[in-house]
Design a protein around this ligand. Sequence first.
Ligand code: ATP
Ligand code: ATP
Ligand code: MG
Ligand code: MG
Lengths: 225, 225
Amino acid sequence: VVGLSGIKKSYLMGDQEVHALAGVDLAIGEAEFVAIMGPSGSGKSTLLNILGCLDRPTAGSYMLGGKDVAVLPDDELSLVRSERIGFIFQSFNLIPSLNVLENIEVPLFYAGWPARKSRERSLELAGRVGLGQRGHHRPTELSGGQQQRVAIARALANDPAIILADEPTGNLDSRTGTEIMGMLKELHREGRTIIMVTHEDDIAAHAKRVVMVRDGRIQEDRRQG
Amino acid sequence: VVGLSGIKKSYLMGDQEVHALAGVDLAIGEAEFVAIMGPSGSGKSTLLNILGCLDRPTAGSYMLGGKDVAVLPDDELSLVRSERIGFIFQSFNLIPSLNVLENIEVPLFYAGWPARKSRERSLELAGRVGLGQRGHHRPTELSGGQQQRVAIARALANDPAIILADEPTGNLDSRTGTEIMGMLKELHREGRTIIMVTHEDDIAAHAKRVVMVRDGRIQEDRRQG
Ligand SMILES: Nc1ncnc2c1ncn2[C@@H]1O[C@H](COP(=O)(O)OP(=O)(O)OP(=O)(O)O)[C@@H](O)[C@H]1O
Ligand SMILES: Nc1ncnc2c1ncn2[C@@H]1O[C@H](COP(=O)(O)OP(=O)(O)OP(=O)(O)O)[C@@H](O)[C@H]1O
Ligand SMILES: [Mg+2]
Ligand SMILES: [Mg+2]
């Protein structure tokens, strides 16, 4: 369902080039559960952003559900993204002026859901991530882990086929982290594709496959569990 | 060196009160190394913000180096803070318009350091956290873990007597995290007081004392190692 071939991503910094991704080939099938690991700065978030159609590669091709993503115009890419992909960002990216429920509803708004169904869905998801009592709080009134959980609920709102998670439990105590992993595994059993970046071995242990990234390349790719 | 007595922190949300801290007594001596742990939303960051003089309690007293912090006017509190405390925030709080070196130099600027000594110090610290080649990058051009390391370097710039760290390794792979913990232990051996919030047991294992927080109170306080 996801096919990266010869993917490169470079940034020009003055007269220096930073090769965030230096040639990545990666094929992920439907309903797989993949963990991406690697040192800080190795290219994990960049890889996830390209998989999530949030960023375009400098070179290489990306086949998503059989279509070459590179040739899609921006608005069509945006549509594919909002319908098929749920993204949990490393730094949450919540909208400060919206409360918890409104933040969760953002993807539903773009997908054209009516207000009442939207509110029903965000209330359900807020409850599932343990924030049922915090619906009207804004991000600055929440703890780090609570903000992360809002980001998780938002990623699941549209019931996406592919979930991309960048350090989804980084700000969570082990018990809350285990609850979140339980949710992701349940979504996986329902047939979704889960691709998560993590630097914690116990979190990666929940996945069926571990891809190791180093210096912008895939160093290792093994099945487990 | 740090004495909290009957500390409460409440937020008024509409007609509801959120008791972030519900009565905390905590005494930490000079050159101690304390880990604060507890569930998401239990009050750890709030506690650290009060210890760091970034927030005032709703009730209770805070003695810092023998002085009652509550009676200090804002500018004097600011001075105490900039001279004695280095703070690593849970969400980094870097200045987007400044590059890595400039971000590290912020506390030195406030302490009145001349530009040349300041630049010498920030170059040294950038190197120590493994960002020697990234000095002129801005935060948006860095990975999550790289941003966290800039925040760490900034907290150490002023050579503070007290270091407060909120999830200092949350975005770091285990090897980089171990390097950072090595730095904190070295600073501890030099006689500094280290108080860090973490949800990871292997990180807490480096400390000499673990304080467990739950629902805005201290649930447990034990020596270890
Ligand atoms: N500005 C605010 N207004 C209202 N409530 C707040 C505010 N800041 C924090 N809170 C609440 O106070 C409680 C404690 O928050 P705190 O950030 O200290 O938790 P924490 O232990 O650091 O959690 P985490 O592990 O998720 O970072 C939480 O329930 C949070 O929602
Ligand atoms: N906008 C940008 N401009 C320049 N360089 C960038 C930019 N974004 C990322 N980089 C660089 O690309 C490399 C890979 O970054 P990326 O965020 O993918 O790393 P990561 O593996 O997610 O790291 P971490 O574990 O610290 O989050 C890093 O060296 C980073 O400095
Ligand atoms: Mg990253
Ligand atoms: Mg916190």
